[in-house]
Ligand binder design. Structure first.
Ligand code: HEC
Length: 115
């Protein structure tokens, strides 16, 4: 039971410090950071410091280049072949907040090296 909490806490610290170092977050970005840490980090950033693998692609502002906001909000809402959809869990405004936060993350995304 306790062992399960350790990667989660480590992951939250990782997300906070990496984003915090880049810029002060707006209220919307802070909400997005909290939701992304809780619901997306397990697949979308490196949790294990002894592995560079992540299950899904690392996410950063680079994913949104070229006007992909609507497309990627659709992925978050509906999921993908290997990703669950979040449309029954999040309000559209919460998905907007997650995207607001992800756009503060420098590529290649949040990794153990950036602690
Ligand atoms: C169970 C693992 C898992 C979880 C949890 C998850 N994803 Fe994903 N995500 C994936 C995978 C795998 C892909 C690649 C497409 C596929 O195979 O479905 C993906 C693709 C994406 C993409 C598309 C990236 C691109 O540039 O095409 C976005 C954006 C995304 N996820 C955002 C999120 C957000 C935001 C959350 C949390 C609300 C989240 N994902 C939660 C596994 C996950």
């Amino acid at each position: 039971m306790k062992r399960g909490l350790v990667p989660l806490v480590a992951a939250m610290a990782l997300f906070s410090s990496a984003a915090g170092a880049q810029q002060a977050l707006t209220d919307s970005q802070k909400i997005g950071q909290r939701l992304a840490t809780q619901h997306c980090g397990v697949c979308h950033f490196h949790i294990q410091i002894n592995s560079t693998a992540s299950y899904g692609p690392l996410l950063s502002k680079a994913n949104f280049e070229g006007g992909r906001d609507a497309e990627l909000k659709g992925v978050i809402a509906n999921g993908g072949p290997n990703m669950p959809g979040f449309k029954y869990m999040f309000e559209p405004a919460e998905i907007d907040a997650i995207v607001d936060f992800l756009k503060t993350v420098n590529p290649p995304g949040l990794t153990a090296e950036k602690q």
